[in-house]
Ligand binder design. Structure first.
Ligand code: ZN
Ligand code: ZN
Length: 413
């Protein structure tokens, strides 16, 4: 029997455990992907907690997956074994519902999210429909490509469909997992880019990523600060804070738009007056289809936009997950905070509230990539979970933070 290792959660709220499963064979219209890297998204916390309706347990989550086509199912054309592919939040669509019949696949009533609708990427291999595949450009490593399937496509798509033109003032609220990509895209799109975050700690990072202006939301009135700059054409709300997003609406210029990415169950508090006077709008935005993911990666390869990642091997999945949840050591890792991370359910009409996973969700959290070990390394049938204890010596970790590539301006030399 051919086997693979997966990181599974056997029941809601449990730790990950590494187990062996039979290597799945792809059915018609599907391929098997040998996973090279998988990102951990804040949405994964919702899946692990069982907060999404119908989450299957034992669960193998993961919807930011980069790898290579490993086997082809019947009838697959256009893909070959060895092709580098990405599978993001968009893991396939039904083809029958009204949005699908209208060509609006990301709003499919039965959107198939990897790690929810079927086994996700916290594994050495997964099977996905060809409609979920995006080709990875040569310029991107697997760890660079992986988060672009969710965090990247979401911010890239939201900005490119946001209605701003080069030179327009565009603000990115939150400099976290989504926001640190949003700032880079806004800069590359030629927008006068404003980063908004709590405190001044993130200002150097935001400016390094391409922000022309920085607003400390704890020290300044965000709306007034944006108006002093002329008013924003777009506020990209990556921070999962309704208060922060609501407070930014007053900073929109006439016909400006708040694009809501930070999913939170708390209601926005926006005065109808502030929308009516100035024809301002509030707009929700989901992620993007596999073609959007492909275009996100192609643009990123072309313009030097890269996610900031840390990598750990698959058998340290509990460590990686805890690092995503709790940013205890994040300041040492040059990682963005997760106040730009989306909470779960942002693709669904009904957005389930994630249960509390632990830790202060506003604290720094790095985005972490899981790397399945290279085949042929010591087999591990079942690895005891190794969550970080309070007194654990973090210097003993094998993790190495990935150095962020310096941004060299909007053009490559
Ligand atoms: Zn995600
Ligand atoms: Zn559909």
């Amino acid at each position: 029997m051919n086997v693979m290792r997966v990181a599974q959660v056997s029941a809601p709220g449990e730790k990950f455990e590494i187990v062996e499963r039979e290597l799945p064979e792809p059915g018609p219209g599907h391929v098997r992907v040998a996973v090279e890297a998988a990102g951990i998204c804040r949405s994964d916390a919702g899946f692990v907690a069982g907060a999404f309706p119908g989450t299957p347990f034992p669960l193998v989550t993961g919807h930011e997956v980069a790898g290579r086509v490993d086997a082809l199912g019947e009838g697959v054309t256009g893909w070959r074994v060895g092709d580098r592919v990405e599978v993001g939040w968009f893991g396939g669509h039904c083809g029958h519902c009204v949005p699908c019949r209208q060509g609006d696949f990301i709003d499919c009533a039965d959107l198939r999210v990897p790690g929810w609708a079927y086994q996700g990427g916290f594994a050495e291999a997964m099977v996905a429909p060809v409609t979920a595949l995006a080709r990875v450009p040569d310029a991107l490593s697997a760890t660079e490509a992986a988060p672009l399937g969710c965090a990247g496509a979401t911010t890239y798509n939201a900005l490119r469909h946001g209605g701003a033109h080069p030179g327009d003032l565009v603000a990115v609220l939150g400099v976290g997992g989504l926001g640190h990509l949003g700032v880079q895209y806004a800069n590359r799109f030629g927008y006068e880019t404003v980063a908004i975050a709590r405190g001044r700690d993130k200002e150097p990072l935001a400016r390094q990523l391409g922000a022309h202006h920085y607003i400390d939301s704890t020290a300044d009135d965000v709306a007034e600060a944006l108006q002093r700059l002329g008013g924003a054409r777009i506020v990209l709300g990556t921070a999962a804070s309704s208060d922060a997003m609501s407070a930014a609406v007053g900073g929109l210029r006439p016909r400006g738009r708040l694009v809501v990415l930070g999913a939170t169950p708390e209601p926005l508090r926006i005065s109808p007056h502030s929308l009516i006077m100035g024809s301002r709008s509030v707009h929700g935005h989901p992620s993007g289809t596999a073609q959007d993911v492909a275009e996100t990666m192609a643009f990123s390869a072309l313009t030097g936009v890269r996610p900031m990642v840390e990598t750990l091997p698959l058998d340290q999945v509990n460590d990686a997950y805890q690092r995503m949840l709790s940013g205890a050591a994040a300041s040492a890792w040059s990682s963005p905070s997760a106040d730009g991370e989306r909470a779960p359910g942002s693709q669904r009409t009904h957005r389930p509230r994630p249960r509390t996973i632990g830790g202060d969700l506003r604290r720094l959290r790095p985005r972490v990539r899981l790397l399945p070990p290279i085949r042929g390394t010591t087999p591990c049938r079942r690895t005891a979970p190794s969550g970080p204890g309070p007194g654990r010596d973090r210097s003993a970790r094998r993790m190495r933070p990935r150095r962020h590539r310096p941004i060299r301006g909007t053009r490559r030399a």
